[in-house]
Every structure is written in structure tokens, then in C-alpha cells.
Write a protein that binds this ligand. Structure first.
Ligand code: PEP
Ligand code: MG
Length: 540
């Protein structure tokens, strides 16, 4: 048994196998071979192993997600045993005298392209299956190096994780994250909080740990590898208790978000996409206070079209059935990089070309998003908010663009909510200090404490070395929040918090007293925050 101490960024306990995540996928090389029969035999044995793995996954899926969902693994087995796949691999090995890896990869690509080009939606969807199947065989042939995402529930260990990598992982397969780099306010930490899984940073990861049994203690910041039986039983009991506490919190579902002395709070949840709405509803949030729309861009290989965005926003609005859905416009840049934006390398990306700055300099990207948002507003209770504001001038420019898009839609006879609320995020000290002026221009404020803290304290939220001085309770930040609430109320608008600080239970009562009207937190934090609001006083 070995123990490693790091910093806990999401509390809780997880028990499971470690899985080392490497950013480098194994490169498939084309090499000439002299012994064709040996190469064919390598392929046959890799195929047998891949079929065995699929059988195992099918049985597991059958138990966990039912026959309908498990059936896909039978389909994979069928394709892998089918003539088309096998004849292609064998023929490439024989005619080109090349290695099995190359033959499998090319077969997978060819068949995937062929399916993708078909008209029928069912066959189109089989394209991804072809890639999956060939990757599975490749993994076996290459000794696992090509497989860089977990296929079963694991504790993921990595040097670092970018948000674009995290969002692409199957959330059902993540019990916990442990990384060397990262910080509590990084987007990967936010995603861990959204998924409600314990997470640690600051541990010197060794890839040789992959496959070992381990425990993550997100309360003490501990990673325990190869636990002895006493430790394991101790943590199994803690895990059981954790589950029971979560059950207990469920009794708060349906209850009002009101303080002991009668102040009503809008308790909303943060999401990154349509897939997160189920958790919002499950945890009984009364709305969505921050939809980080940039995840639509992060998950995509090219700019999402107006239609693709419209579909996503409409779906969320409809699933929320009349509850408020506040969608933040694109906040790309800094740690959220997307290749197809072709952003220049910057010395200070957090202070650079990002978020609303991109939108105002490249209005065609902004207008596409605004059209999609406004069109979706006809299907639910959508509000729009703009990130990274520093001046009145920016807000006036935004309003001009937003008005022109509304005029365009009217001229085209396309319906939208003409009374849609438009607010801004307060995440720069500049915006907080001039919030009296900004309040006259917008319908609401949502305080992004992650960035507000980074800019107020001049502490890079991505830098693991600065964790010790990144004081989230710093008086300067708290005073700015109070000022923003006061200025909002004087102008007759509401103010909320959608940064991570919103779910800090040590501050809930203080926020109530400051007059915070809304808290938007990770879905998993909704019920704990509700419990705290109901135990707090706002007026004394
Ligand atoms: C924030 O800065 O607090 C915020 C909510 O936005 P993000 O974390 O996505 O930068
Ligand atoms: Mg922010």
C-alpha cells in the first residue's frame, strides 16, 4: 500500500482501478513485412482477443444498461466477424506486403468513409462503429498504446487534462480524476464538480500505476494505491455513507429555496451542453444559470452551424419546460482553445483575445450564435448573457448587434422572444467597479467568481503553483461581489453568482446578507446549497 498526498479539488471518495491517460495516441505506421503468414496470424489472434473483449463488454452492458443498449456490442462482433472487414484486411496484407496494424487502420478508415457517404441515417451512424472496431483491434495489436480513453469505470490519472479532452470522455467511465497539474478553478475541475466525482491535483503521476487498485480520498487529498484490506473496508464504509448522505439530501427535492427569514433565492445549475440537463432536473435546480455554450464549439471539429446551435439551445429550453435557461455566448480563448479558430499564440492568453472580444471583432461568428439563441427563445424561457465585459462601450456594441439580428429575424418572419432578458457576466474588476453604470444597460448581472478572483488577485487560475495564494475568500473579491449586488439593486436589476464560489457553503449565509439573488452551481451542489440556504438568515 502506498499513499500520495495532493490537493483535493472536489470532495468525496472513489474506489477503483487506475487508468493512465496519455495525450499521445499510438501512430500507426506502414511497414513492409516479409512473412505474410505471420502477419495474418497476428491479425487473427488480435481479432480473437477483440471479439472476446466485445463479448465481455456485452455481458456487462446487458446487466447495467439493458439489452437495447448492449446490442451495439453484438453488432460490433458481427462486423468484426464479417467478410467485408476480414477480406479487406487480409487482402491489404497480402497484396501490399504490409503490417497488420496498417491493414486494419486502412480497412477501418475505408469502411467508415463508405458508411458515412450513405444516404440512410442508420448506415451513416455505422461509420463511427467501423472506427471503433478497427481501434479495438489496433489496441490489441499495439499493446494498448492506441487506447487513450477508458472503456470501463476507472480513476483517471494524467499529467494534465484539457477541457476539450475531458468533455470527450464517457462520463460513465470516470470515477475520479487525479492529475499532477491543474487548479481548483480550472475548467477540468469544474467538469469534475459537474460530474460529481472526487478529484485531486498536485500528485506526481506514474504511468506504471495504470491497472492498480486505488482509493481517492477527496476529503483529505489522498491517493492510496494497492490498499490493504483494512483500509479498503474502511473506505468501502465511507463510500456507503457518502451514498446514504446523497440519498438524504434528496428529501430536499421540491422544497423552496428560501432563507429562515424569508428571502427567496433563485437556485440554478450550470451546464456545458444538452447532456447535462438530466442532472439539472434530477437535482431539482429551478433553472439553468449558466450554459457554457463554448462546449458546443469545443466538441466540434469546425464552427457549429446556426442550425446545430439552434437545435442544442432549443432542446435545452424545451427540456427545462418554461424554467429559466441563461445561455452565455461563446467564451473561447485562454484555457479553452479550439484549433479551427486559429487563434494566435499569446503571451498572456487569459488577458488576451477571448470571449466577447472575439465576438465583437468577428461579428459573423457572434451573429450566427445570436440568431440561433433568439430562434430558440421561441421554444422556452431563454436569457442571454455576455462574458468578459470591461466597459459600457462593449455593452452598447453588443446591444447594437443584438438589435440588428432581432430586426433581421423580424424581417424574415422568424419568431423569437421579443422580451428576452440580456445580462452580462461580471468577471473583471473593471466591470465590478463600474457596475453602477453597466446596471443601467442590462437586465441582470451574473458574477463569474472564477475569473473575477483570478483578475482581482492577479493569480492565474490555471497555475497549480499558485493554489496556496488563490484565496477564494479574499476580502477584495467579497467586497466586489457586495458592490455589484448593491449597484444592481439600485438600478432595479438582479444579481447572481455563477462561478464556483456560489456553491461554497461557508459563504452561503454571507451571500444572502449581501443580497445575492441567484446562485448557479454544479447540479450535484444544488441540494447541499439548498440545505444551507434554508438554514441561513438574510436580514440579521
Ligand atoms: C467564471 O469565470 O466564474 C465563470 C463562471 O466562467 P468560466 O468559469 O467558464 O470562465
Ligand atoms: Mg469566466
Amino acid at each position: 500500500m502506498a499513499e500520495y498526498r495532493g490537493k483535493a479539488i472536489v470532495k468525496g471518495v472513489a474506489i477503483g482501478k487506475l487508468f493512465f491517460y496519455s495525450k499521445e495516441k499510438g501512430q500507426v505506421r506502414r511497414t513492409s513485412v516479409t512473412d505474410i503468414n505471420a502477419e495474418k496470424a497476428r491479425y487473427e489472434s488480435a481479432k480473437t482477443e477483440a471479439l472476446r473483449q466485445l463479448g465481455e463488454i456485452y455481458e456487462k452492458a446487458l446487466k447495467e444498461v439493458g439489452e437495447e443498449n448492449a446490442a451495439i456490442f453484438e453488432v460490433h462482433q458481427m462486423f468484426l466477424e464479417g467478410d467485408e472487414f476480414n477480406e479487406s484486411v487480409i487482402s491489404i496484407i497480402e497484396t501490399e506486403k504490409v503490417n497488420a496494424e496498417y491493414a486494419v487502420a486502412r480497412t477501418g478508415d475505408n469502411l467508415a468513409d463508405m458508411f458515412a457517404a450513405m444516404d440512410d441515417d442508420y448506415f451513416k451512424a455505422r461509420s463511427a462503429d467501423m472506427k471503433d472496431i478497427s481501434e479495438r483491434v489496433l489496441n490489441v495489436l499495439m499493446g494498448g498504446v492506441n487506447d487513450n480513453t477508458p472503456k470501463e469505470p476507472v480513476i483517471l490519472i494524467a499529467e494534465d487534462l484539457a477541457p476539450s479532452e475531458t468533455v470527450q470522455m464517457d462520463k460513465n467511465n470516470l470515477l475520479s480524476f487525479v492529475t499532477r497539474l491543474g487548479s481548483s478553478n480550472s475548467h477540468t475541475a469544474i467538469l469534475a464538480r459537474n460530474m460529481d466525482i472526487p478529484a485531486l491535483i498536485g500528485i506526481d503521476i506514474d504511468k506504471a500505476w495504470s491497472g492498480k487498485e486505488a482509493i481517492v480520498d477527496g476529503n483529505k487529498g489522498l491517493l492510496i494505491i494497492d490498499p490493504d484490506s483494512d483500509t479498503l473496508s474502511e473506505y468501502e464504509a465511507k463510500l456507503k455513507k457518502q451514498k446514504e448522505e446523497k440519498e438524504l439530501l434528496k428529501t430536499l427535492k421540491g422544497k423552496e429555496d428560501v432563507t429562515l427569514d424569508g428571502k427567496h433565492i433563485k437556485l440554478y445549475a450550470n451546464i456545458g451542453g444538452v447532456g447535462d440537463v438530466a442532472d439539472v432536473l434530477k437535482n431539482d435546480a429551478k433553472g439553468i444559470g449558466l450554459f457554457r455554450s463554448e462546449f458546443l464549439y469545443l466538441e466540434s471539429d469546425d464552427f457549429p452551424t446556426e442550425e446545430q446551435q439552434f437545435e442544442a439551445y432549443r432542446k435545452v429550453a424545451q427540456m427545462m419546460a418554461g424554467k429559466k435557461v441563461i445561455i452565455r455566448t461563446l467564451d473561447i480563448g485562454a484555457d479553452k482553445q479550439v484549433d479551427y479558430f486559429k487563434l494566435d499564440k499569446e503571451d498572456n492568453p487569459a488577458l488576451g483575445y477571448r470571449a466577447i472580444r472575439i465576438c465583437l471583432q468577428q461579428p459573423e461568428i457572434f451573429k450566427t450564435q445570436l440568431r440561433a439563441l433568439l430562434r430558440a427563445s421561441a421554444f422556452g424561457n431563454i436569457a442571454i448573457m455576455y462574458p468578459m465585459i470591461i466597459s459600457e462601450d462593449e455593452v452598447l456594441k453588443i446591444k447594437e448587434i443584438s438589435s440588428s439580428v432581432k430586426e433581421e429575424l423580424k424581417a424574415e418572419g422568424i419568431p423569437f422572444d421579443e422580451n428576452i432578458e440580456e445580462g452580462i457576466m461580471i468577471e473583471t474588476p473593471a466591470a465590478a467597479v463600474i457596475s453602477d453604470k453597466l446596471a443601467r444597460l442590462v437586465d441582470f448581472f451574473s458574477i463569474g467568481t472564477n475569473d473575477l478572483t483570478q483578475y482581482t488577485l492577479a493569480v492565474d487560475r490555471q497555475n497549480a503553483k499558485l493554489e496556496a495564494i488563490a484565496d477564494t475568500h479574499h476580502e477584495a473579491v467579497l467586497r466586489l461581489i457586495e458592490l455589484v449586488c448593491k449597484n444592481a439593486h439600485e438600478a432595479g436589476i438582479w444579481a447572481g453568482i455563477c462561478g464556483e464560489l456560489g456553491s461554497d457553503l461557508e459563504l452561503t449565509e454571507r451571500f444572502m446578507k449581501m443580497g445575492v439573488d441567484e446562485l448557479s452551481v454544479s447540479s450535484a451542489r444544488v441540494l447541499p446549497v439548498r440545505q444551507k440556504i434554508r438554514q441561513s438568515k438574510a436580514f440579521s
